[in-house]
Design a protein around this ligand. Structure first.
Ligand code: NAD
Length: 255
């Protein structure tokens, strides 16, 4: 309920190390569908086909992946930060955000003005790609041009190796540095706010549990119920943009 936004504003004002944890729901208001809401990506595609093993293991797996990527990347590229991204950047500007741990790959927190070093990306970033053989870095825009030119399975122009987006695919190992840093920041947080995540994708969904165990006040802002709701100190059912916008406005009224 938006009515609880003033309470969350109070929590942000009183916190020393507030950490926010975001999922796909923080970006739906920017026009990027999430995975699990009705009409989300998994209503249209079978997640079992887009695994790391399939991508690495076969030309056909990569062809299917890039077929999907050719459709989804332009949506991500065209998206602009919404009121929730802007509110989080504003919280940081006011010294009220230690960092943002995100499961998202859309780069919208950075686009809203959060410094890149304050965004811990658990699942990578869709705007970059890399050759798995020689390590050459490419922008996803470059790869998109190759796809649009009819190259169904882009190979590295330098060495012919497999080009992979800088995102974590299903079944792929999590980035060790980011996971360790996210766990460390979660354990240090005195306020931990989840925004727009179903909290069913592991191991990322353990991070709020670490924060709660270490003593943080846990707040969940999400449209649908999550498995952690009953352990949260405050649950706000509402649109991320409305709620987080109201939180920043509430802090203005208090200051
Ligand atoms: P999810 O799809 O499992 O859950 C999204 C949650 O957000 C749902 O519970 C839904 O009720 C809620 N939600 C949707 N719109 C909302 C809004 N406007 N305000 C508040 N809540 C809203 O997403 P997840 O938990 O992030 O996990 C799935 C995986 O999806 C993540 O690993 C992420 O990498 C990936 N993903 C990312 C993007 C992106 O980068 N924008 C998009 C789709 C999927």
């Amino acid at each position: 309920m938006i009515g609880d936004a003033p309470r969350l504003a109070e929590l942000f004002r009183g916190a020393r190390t507030p950490v926010v944890f975001t999922g796909a729901g923080v970006s739906t208001e920017s026009g990027i569908p999430d995975f699990r809401s009705p009409g989300g990506i998994w209503d249209r595609f079978d997640p079992n086909e887009f695994t790391y093993a399939n991508f690495i293991g076969s030309l056909e797996g990569r062809r299917k992946y890039w077929e999907l990527g050719r459709v989804t990347y332009p949506v991500i590229r065209a998206a602009r930060p919404n009121a929730a991204h802007v509110a989080l950047a504003e919280l940081h500007r006011r010294g009220r955000l230690d960092c943002c741990i995100t499961q998202n790959i859309d780069n919208l927190h950075q686009a809203a003005g959060l410094p890149p070093e304050k965004v811990i990306e658990l699942h990578g970033n869709a705007t970059r790609a890399r050759c798995l053989a020689c390590g050459a870095a490419y922008t996803r825009d470059e790869v998109h041009v190759w796809l649009e030119a009819g190259d169904g399975v882009p190979a590295c122009p330098a060495c012919g190796g497999i080009v992979k987006p800088a995102t974590v695919l299903f079944g792929e190992a999590m980035p060790a540095r980011e996971m360790a840093e996210a766990e460390r920041r979660a354990r240090q947080a005195d306020l931990f706010v989840v925004v727009g995540s179903s909290l069913v994708v592991y191991p990322a969904a353990y991070i709020p549990v670490h924060a709660k165990h270490a003593g943080a006040t846990l707040v969940i802002v999400n449209l649908a119920p999550t498995p952690l709701d009953e352990r949260a100190d405050l649950v706000i059912r509402g649109q991320a943009g409305h709620v987080m916008g109201a939180v920043v406005a509430g802090m203005e009224r208090c200051s």
